[in-house]
Design a protein around this ligand. Structure first.
Ligand code: SF4
Length: 342
């Protein structure tokens, strides 16, 4: 089990629920837009937010943003250790530094000293895009591990152990390999994700493979789905990956059949309608929407409730037993009522 650490008002590692993280894409100097986006992300389920601290002024503006949000804020710093120090002094709950580009060991020590004084953890983030020359020559996943370890050891040398580790490659294979290796070497919490995963569809698949494989092997304490899109979509994807990996439950799970030659109802339209009607229900129930009477209740035996379609009608079942027959137009409402009462 990883070590438990605190990021503002959230604990990660040590068996805590796996936290969902995202990053703003507004200008950190634009306080209004950044706060607005963070609140949207928080409403969607984001639990830790990272912002770009790209110079001393944007690092200082973290203070103004933090005053108006309630989730922990992480400063993302590259190149200049003084920005990390400024961010910590201005209220960042964690700093992410990329040791491949932060400069000398002495720079890292200065950040560590400041973080220690303010009880702020440091995320050591190695990614394949910013490996040092020495590391680039080895295999990608090993290079990520070696690069992160070098920097972890520097922090440890100066008595700093409040560390989160991230190793990011833009493909799922190297990401998974790297985390598997490092999880056997250190017990620091791991922030996992496939970096620069692309547009929505690519990101969903890459992240489901990369993050999902790690979660199934009990690796990962915080997750981020990287997506070239509205970051709110990252949160929905992260929640789904956690739910479908069996790590957290946020909403009903709707299972539905792929349809076949036996289907006599508009099953595809019906599933969409059921999803829409159940979207505000938070209960961790399983609802089956199956296309035919013959196989429906049997195939969906482990669902809490569901429907097996007939010709313009459906048999509603509850815990495997048929309880009534309703017209097609009533099916989604019937399931909603059952879900609410369950
Ligand atoms: Fe076909 Fe029925 Fe299976 Fe759906 S549940 S795929 S309609 S056999």
């Amino acid at each position: 089990m990883t070590k438990k650490i605190r990021i503002g008002n959230v604990f990660i590692g040590g068996g805590e629920p796996i936290a969902i993280q995202s990053m703003t894409n507004t200008d950190t100097m634009d306080t209004e837009s950044t706060v607005k986006q963070i609140i949207e992300l928080e409403d969607a389920g984001c639990e830790i937010i990272r912002v770009a601290a790209y110079d001393l002024e944007s690092a200082a503006n973290i203070r103004n943003i933090k005053d108006r949000i309630s989730i922990p804020i992480v400063a993302d710093v590259h190149f200049d250790f003084r920005i990390a120090i400024k961010a910590i002094e201005c209220g960042a709950d964690k700093v992410r530094i990329n040791p491949g580009n932060i400069g000398s060991e002495d720079n890292i020590r200065k950040v560590a000293d400041c973080a220690k004084m303010h009880k702020v953890p440091i995320r050591v983030g190695a990614n394949t895009g910013s490996l040092s020359k020495r590391h680039i020559e080895t295999e990608k996943s090993e290079a990520l591990v070696t690069s992160a370890l070098d920097n972890i050891r520097v922090l440890e040398k100066y008595g700093f152990n409040d560390i989160v580790v991230a190793l990011k490659a833009s493909d799922a294979v190297n990401t998974v390999k790297a985390y598997e290796i490092i999880s056997k070497i250190v017990d620091y919490p791991l922030h996992i994700g496939v970096t620069e995963a692309g547009t929505e569809r690519n990101s969903l698949i890459k992240s489901a493979i990369g993050i999902g494989s790690l979660l199934l092997n009990n690796i990962g304490d915080t997750i981020r789905v990287s997506m070239s899109d509205n970051p709110v979509k990252e949160i929905y994807a992260a929640k789904d990956i956690l739910q479908f990996s069996g790590k957290r439950r946020f909403r009903p799970e709707i299972i539905s059949c792929p349809t076949c030659g036996r289907t006599r109802i508009d099953l595809i339209g019906l599933v969409k309608e059921v999803e829409e009607k159940l979207k505000d229900i938070k209960k961790p129930i399983k609802v089956a929407v199956m296309g035919c009477v013959v196989n429906g209740p049997g195939e969906a035996g482990d669902a809490d409730m569901g429907v097996a379609g007939g010709t313009d009608e459906g048999l509603i079942f509850l815990r495997g037993k048929v309880i009534k027959k309703v017209e097609y137009s009533q099916i989604a409402d019937e399931l909603k009522t059952l879900a609410e009462e369950y």
